[in-house]
Ligand binder design. Sequence first.
Ligand code: GDP
Length: 304
Amino acid sequence: MVLAELGGSISRALQRMNNAPTIDEKVLGELINEIARALLQADVDFKVVADMRSNIKKIVNLDDLAAGHNKRKIIQQAVFNELCKMLDAGKPSYTPKKGKPSVTMFVGLQGSCICWVQCSGKTTTCTKYAHYYQKKGWKPALVCADTFRAGAFDQLKQNATKAKIPFYGSYMESDPVKIALEGVERFKEENCDLIIVDTSGRHKQEAALFEEMRQVYEATKPDLVIFVMDSSIGQAAFNQAQAFKQSVSVGAVIVTKMDGHAKGGGALSAVAATKSPIIFIGTGEHMDEFEVFDVKPFVSRLLG
Ligand code: GDP
């Protein structure tokens, strides 16, 4: 996967620095340039890369480092920390509590075509999320508030039935706010402790759909809003993620299709845009292909 290429390019840049006979400004400058190039090629947002650049320069001040210091190690650590920082929102997301009813709302992009590559994988991810908690003894439930895409309710129903998770939706009702509210109320009465509301996918250009999403948000008052994004969305990630964040209070990100040919940079940009942590990653089409996201092991793995 191309994400591994990003890791490979950064590792090779670090290796070249390690092989240099002495560490001076020129060697450090070349390293930073190579890392910046690799990140930009992986579709990381320009501003995020610029921040990384200045942060490393600020941390690694070669003039201040006495001869005895292991400059290579200090630089390596700084690069590792910067990559972690790009993926780390600096604060944990809201975590639901078992036995106490909570509402999680899923939002994300919808492709303009019907080709699945353009979709975030949101509906699939809702079920994966519910299934993850169900295995831990929770009582999750799914509400389909996507009245925009034909077949959305059928898809959720199919996934939910397969995973034996209660679901709510309607073929007739066209008001997503009404369905969302009814679903949430019903599952609260049934003592479900994790009520998941799936909403229509949308783009930031679609003002009406954004307004509708905001209304679902206002009505259901979710404890957590999760922005789901396809890891291959690339450069568009930053602006899209930011637009969602501005409309509803996004609290966490789930990156899907990490098993595909994604460049990975979109994930880094989404964290920067929403200032929210990635909590899970999707690694395949199946229900169990879903992993808790942990920054440091992820970056270690990235750098091989
Ligand atoms: P939505 O339109 O955003 O709700 O997306 P869907 O949930 O309908 O997913 C679109 C397609 O992406 C489906 O074929 C899913 O099986 C697939 N998909 C979702 N998550 C993943 C993932 O993590 N890896 C892979 N390979 N496919 C995924």
